[in-house]
Every structure is written in C-alpha cells, then in structure tokens.
Ligand binder design. Structure first.
Ligand code: PAF
Length: 283
C-alpha cells in the first residue's frame, strides 16, 4: 500500500494506476477508522480496480463550536487497518495542499443541504462539498463510495456530481452497526458507558417509527413517539424527520422512496442515524 503526502506523488501514483488499465475507486474519510470505513473499502474492491482512500480532517466542515480540535486522530492505526483491508493507496494531504493561502472557492449545493443537519450546522455541507470536489479533482476516480449513515451528505454529493458533470459514479454503502444496533461512528468514542448504553434508543426509536409509517400509521404521530422515546432515554432531540430519499424535502408522496432521519445529542455528543422506510408490503 502506498502512503502519499504530496500532490505530485499522488498524480504520479494515479497515472501509474491508469497506465495499468485499472479503474479507480475513492473512499474519502476523516480517519479514526472503524468497521464502517472498512466496509467501504471492501465494497470498493474488485478485480481490475485500484482502491484509493483519503484521510483528511477537513476544517471547513466543522463549525466554530464543534469538535475539530478534539476529533480523534489515529493515523498509525488507520494505515494498518487500510493495509489489512487491501487498500492500494492512501492520500494524506497536508492542510496546505487542500487550502493553500488565497484559497477562495466554496461549493454550495442548495436545497438538499438546507434543512436537517444543514440547518443545525450552518456551512457544514458547503465544507463537505468543497473538500469532496477537491478530492475528486485530485484523484479523478471512476467511482467514489460513501456510507449511508451520513445520508444527507450522500444526497448532497450525488446532487453536486450530477450538477457539475463530474462523471463519477457515487455508491452508497449500508450503515454498519454494533451488535445492539448503534450505527458505527468515529464520534461514538466520546460516549461514556452510561451514554453508550442509552444510545441504543436512537436506532430503536427509528426502527419502531419506520415500521409504524410503513404499515400506514400517521407519520406525524410516529415521529412524535420517536421524539418522546429519545427524550425519555436522555437525548436532546435535534430532529426526527421523514423525507424524500433523493431531495430530502419532507416526504409527501408515499410512492417515492422515503427515509427517516434523526439527530440527537447525548450530553455534548451529537449522534445521527437514518433508516429506509420500507414499502407497506415489506413492513
Ligand atoms: O464522511 C466523512 O468522513 C467526511 O464528511 C468526508 C466525506 C470525508 C469529507 O470530509
């Protein structure tokens, strides 16, 4: 596995892959890797394909009062995990390579970025879209893979790629979960034992609400029940919402694919999760 820290070396590594006739898949990450990230690498692997992972804790997607300075950084362990998973190249750009002096470009994907986490974290999705566009231009992959856990991020990236003709296939990979159902996240390390115990209420509340909506119960009542269950478990609820899976606008049309999304805080730690709402016959 090649470990690369300059744009020049990245370009040359990518050119070698292209010369060999390989397709290139990119898995962008912010490090602090867990089984969820490794599932992205596994999903990317295929004969005739080279897998590139990037590790960059992107300052532009953190708000002023968020956890940029304490975001977990575990480079040695990350590299060992990527190597064991069969990743071919890791791109570890220094911050100056991503945002050199004078950097002035911002990519803003309106509509799909606006509500939910976009409302709670102003500027977050601009930061994500800007860094992902930059990574796409640096690596020029054929395919890029993102976890469905960050469902709104996935929708923002799909919209950006379509709008700007990147010509890159975007693949969403199902959320990986602990045995009790909690979605894996680099931020789960912030939870103390009691909070970790309570956190399971998030996937449970979503599961109950998704089933209720799928069997035809009133969505507002199901969302209200989920909010109550979260509050009882000690969460401060940011949102629990039923949205159109593509536009993320409030879901009005049950014939379209719908998604249930939630964000809630346990102490200072903000957790997000989401579930597909199955069509009535699958409920
Ligand atoms: O999902 C993440 O880890 C980040 O938001 C991403 C896509 C790597 C951009 O910094």
């Amino acid at each position: 596995m090649q470990t690369i820290r300059t744009l020049e070396a990245l370009r040359s590594g990518i050119a070698d892959f292209r010369e060999s006739g390989a397709e290139i898949a990119l898995v962008p990450t912010m490090g602090a890797l867990h089984v969820g990230h490794i599932a992205l690498i596994e999903a990317a692997k295929r004969p005739g394909r080279k897998v590139v992972a990037s590790i960059f804790v992107n300052p532009k997607q953190f708000g002023a009062n968020e956890d940029l300075s304490r975001y977990p950084r575990k480079e040695t362990a990350d590299l060992a995990m990527l190597k064991a998973a069969g990743c071919d190249l890791v791109w570890l750009p220094p911050v100056e390579a991503m945002y050199p002096d004078g950097f002035a470009t911002n990519i803003s994907v309106s509509g799909v970025s606006d509500g939910l986490d976009g409302a709670a974290r102003p500027g977050h999705f601009d930061g994500v879209a800007t860094v992902v566009a930059k990574l796409f231009n640096q690596v020029r992959p054929d395919l890029a893979l993102f976890g469905e856990k960050d469902f709104q991020q996935l929708a923002v990236i799909r919209r950006m790629v379509a709008d700007l003709d990147f010509g890159i296939e975007i693949q969403g990979v199902p959320t990986q979960r602990d045995d009790d159902g909690l979605a894996l996240s680099s931020r789960n390390v912030y939870l103390d034992d009691a909070q970790r115990g309570a956190a399971v209420a998030l996937p449970r509340a979503l599961g109950v609400a998704a089933k209720a909506i799928a069997r035809g119960d009133d969505p507002d009542a199901a969302l209200g029940t989920a909010r109550e269950a979260l509050t009882t478990a000690g969460f401060t609820v940011d949102y629990v919402a039923l949205v159109d899976a593509e536009t993320l606008a409030p879901a009005r049309d049950s014939a379209r694919e719908r998604r249930l999304l939630a964000a809630a805080k346990l102490g200072p730690t903000r957790l997000i999760d989401n579930l597909a709402v199955p069509p009535a016959e699958d409920a």
